[in-house]
Design a protein around this ligand. Structure first.
Ligand code: CMC
Length: 428
């Protein structure tokens, strides 16, 4: 807590509000007593100026393009670490020792199978259902299967639920894909890494084994790391809000998946690739840039701009390099990648994008990589959900463990009718 106070004078009455310090980043004004003292609320639709909690997980400096998990820069984690290690870090606060990591990987690996009865759930969906629709339903349904890990007041049960969610998400995601293409489900294999296992469950068929290529496994692992957590974004805030009422973790994560589905959030990678495909060739780029700048046209450059980053998204830097590696390894010369690179260059030098501080975000290049690996666009957001599960779970745990935690309950500026008398239908 800083010694400084923010003073607010309304109609002659003056009140002081404490200014709180984090370890780094902007200070916040503690307005918890504002309503009691002034009878007024703050007004902040979209929460652009509101901190909803304190958190020790992830730090973002949007102006400088910095993203840290538990203090470690995302670039270092993506280049030197593994997704399992980042999961441990987010859940436990510190990087694991060799033994801790081995134990953690062993635990996650041994939770990858899903209850056999869960497979019947999939058959209730239409084959052409969007896999995110399936994910919302099936992940929510986990609470009907794992009753021994839904008591949120028991830290051990919370830990088991967290491990289950991280472990089962790839299995469920791969099943959603298999169901949509009419292929049999593939069971997990414990001798493979988390990421190789997921790729195999997605791409192998009984008639032909899939040998995960180390370059592709590494790229996929990086994509998972880059999406693991991102502070109080829309889906994470949704998970926290759902969890604040005491809902069980499986239901909360299903709520997060629903929020992530939207095109302004997790759905943007799908939208970005569709946009690049629509542009198709470099000569069409100026036309789309003009559309993005036209106020009367709702078109936006997908994969560009971010609520928090007003600089190059540090995740996009890793993503661009990974796209290059994957395409080189697969020997693919994808014209979409050329369109993406050229579009980026043109936008970065255009006054409209410079003034509004619009830079490529994590989604700009991820679609190019995922498509080269063989994922259909509908699966992109599912992969985001898979990777973000650890962030959701870690944030949910942090919230539940906080003794000051309260149910999330925003207020409003009421603009509806004032009180009036009911009129019977025959008199209307
Ligand atoms: N293309 C063209 N103009 C844009 C874009 C864009 N992609 N993004 C923002 N703008 C303009 C916008 O029209 C507005 O202009 P003006 O001030 O003249 O009205 C200004 O920039 C500010 O936009 P905003 O919508 O108020 O900004 P926001 O912080 O509310 O929105 C955003 C952030 C990510 C929703 C938005 O930039 C966007 O829609 N981007 C495209 C979708 C996208 O790539 N989303 C992925 C985000 S990263 C993944 C994740 O974290 O989920």
């Amino acid at each position: 807590m800083s010694d400084n106070k923010a003073n607010l004078t309304i109609g002659g009455a003056s009140n002081d509000y404490a200014i709180m310090d984090g370890t780094v980043g902007p200070q916040v004004i503690d307005v918890r007593k504002l309503y009691a003292q002034t009878g007024m609320f703050t007004y902040d639709p979209g929460f652009t100026s509101t901190a909803s909690c304190d958190s020790g997980l992830t730090y973002i400096d949007g102006d400088a393009g910095v993203l840290l998990h538990r203090g470690y820069p995302i670039g270092q984690l993506a280049e030197q670490s593994s997704f399992m290690e980042v999961c441990y870090l987010l859940l436990n606060g510190e990087l694991p020792s060799k033994k801790e990591l081995a134990d953690f990987v062993n635990t996650i690996t041994r939770h990858t199978m899903v209850h056999e009865q869960l497979t019947t759930f999939f058959r209730g969906f239409r084959r052409d259902a969007h896999p995110m629709a399936i994910m919302c339903g099936v992940v929510g349904a986990l609470s009907a299967f794992y009753h021994d890990s839904t008591d949120i007041n028991d830290p051990e049960q919370r830990k088991i639920a967290s491990h289950r969610l991280i472990a089962k998400m790839p299995t469920i995601a791969a099943m959603a894909y298999k169901y949509s293409v009419g292929q049999p489900f593939v069971y997990p294999r414990n001798d493979l890494s988390y990421t190789a296992n997921f790729l195999r469950m997605t791409f192998s068929v009984p008639a032909e084994e899939y040998e995960p290529d180390p370059v592709i496994v590494d790229a996929m692992d990086k994509i998972f790391i880059l999406h693991a957590d991102h502070e109080q974004n829309a889906s994470t805030s949704t998970v926290r809000l759902a969890g604040s009422s005491g809902a069980n973790p499986f239901a909360c994560i299903a709520a997060g998946i629903a929020c992530l589905w939207g095109p302004a959030h997790g759905g943007a990678n799908e939208a970005a690739l569709n946009m690049l495909r629509e542009i198709g060739t470099v000569d069409k780029i100026p036309e789309y840039i003009a559309r993005a700048k036209n106020k009367d046209d709702p078109f936006r450059l997908m994969g560009f701009g971010h609520r928090v980053y007003k600089n190059y998204d540090p995740r996009a830097t890793v993503m661009q390099k990974t796209a290059k590696d994957v395409l080189a390894k697969l020997g693919v010369s994808d014209p979409i990648f050329d369109v993406a690179k050229e579009l980026e260059q043109i936008a970065l030098n255009d006054p409209y994008f410079i003034e509004k501080k619009l830079y490529p975000n994590v989604d700009f290049y991820s679609g190019v990589i995922l498509s080269a690996i063989g994922f259909p666009t509908e699966m992109f957001t599912v992969l985001f959900a898979l990777a973000r599960t650890v962030g959701w779970v870690a944030q949910w745990n942090e919230m539940i463990s906080d003794p000051a935690q309260k149910i999330g309950r925003p207020r409003q500026l009421y603009t509806g009718p004032t009180e009036r008398d009911y009129v019977p239908v025959e008199k209307r």
